[in-house]
Write a protein that binds this ligand. Structure first.
Ligand code: ATP
Ligand code: GLN
Length: 149
């Protein structure tokens, strides 16, 4: 089932109210990406230092005559952003705009449905737990003067 009308959505995505956007990016692009996300009202982001390999590969080192695999990783940063369905495409667009250099190693974005969200402090679940004060919904509702969009 197609989640939205965006042509970039090929209909692979299972329908859900919330999605996790997981982006593996170049560490030095993180400040640009974070600034743009905050500007668009994204208030919840988890960042992890990671290592990986892909088309870019990594530096290889010979040790005792064999290729030492531990060295075949490139340092990356992983961003995890859980958002409501209507915010997924704009988050993806912003990440691409801010992270892309056009060179091999720019990274990848994975999108997956999230079944539920629980705010530990209050026990709130679902939509109430996903909403954040001053978040994108709040910002958008200021323009549309609707408080339940
Ligand atoms: P409160 O209970 O007042 O909402 P809290 O400290 O329990 O506050 P947050 O500060 O909102 O919760 O979030 C805690 C951590 O959870 C953040 O530092 C971030 O890593 C992660 N996080 C929160 N919301 C999201 C989200 N929507 N997507 C990804 N990570 C999130
Ligand atoms: N969708 C939330 C809101 O509009 C924001 C989620 C997030 O910042 N990750 O309040």
């Amino acid at each position: 089932e197609v989640v939205n009308g965006n042509s970039s959505c090929e209909g692979y995505l299972p329908k859900a109210e919330f999605y996790k956007v997981e982006a593996i990016l170049r560490p030095w692009r993180l400040p640009h990406v974070a600034t743009a996300l905050i500007k668009m009202g994204i208030r919840g982001v988890t960042v992890t230092d990671v290592k990986g390999f892909g088309a870019q590969g990594g530096s290889r080192e010979r040790q005792a005559g064999s290729e030492f695999c531990e060295e075949a990783f490139v340092v990356k940063v992983k961003l995890e952003i859980v958002v409501s369905q209507d915010q997924v495409e704009s988050v993806i667009d912003t990440i691409i705009d801010e992270a892309r250099t056009g060179e091999i190693g720019d990274g990848k974005i994975f999108v997956s449905p999230v079944a539920d969200i629980i705010r530990v402090r209050t026990g709130e679940r679902g939509r109430k737990a996903e909403r954040m004060t001053g978040g994108r919904s709040d910002i958008l509702s200021t323009y549309t003067s609707s408080n339940d969009s």
